[in-house]
Write a protein that binds this ligand. Structure first.
Ligand SMILES: [Zn+2]
Length: 110
């Protein structure tokens, strides 16, 4: 067979113990993904190792919005902190809107 076993045992245990993650941008609770504050391709260019790039919890909608709205270079150089991202007017408008959307409903930003 040669099928590789995937490590699946631990996450269900963690999920029961951990409180829901909160999106750093819109503040909604639920399943979040790790957002790299410096896009991985940009980090590589700047000699930053993947493991050294700070990550924050972010929902798919906010993440999609950022990647659609800003270039990787902008994200890496200007928007590499949550504060900087939230200071942008476009982000504030989006967050205000997305906060009214249920997390379960997939928000299409593409
Ligand atoms: Zn969000």
């Amino acid at each position: 067979m040669g099928r590789k076993e995937r490590a699946q045992a631990s996450w269900t245990e963690d999920a029961q113990e951990q409180p829901q993650d909160v999106c750093v941008l819109c503040g909604r609770e639920g399943e979040m993904t790790d957002h790299h504050l410096i896009p991985k391709s940009q980090g590589r260019r700047q000699g930053v190792k993947l493991g050294q790039i700070p990550t924050v919890k972010m929902c798919a909608a906010c993440q999609g919005f950022l990647s659609k709205t800003f270039s990787n270079a902008e994200l890496a150089n200007e928007l590499n902190t949550v504060e900087a991202i939230l200071a942008r007017e476009e982000v504030q408008k989006f967050v205000k809107w997305v906060q009214k959307q249920p997390l379960s409903r997939g928000v299409r930003v593409h």
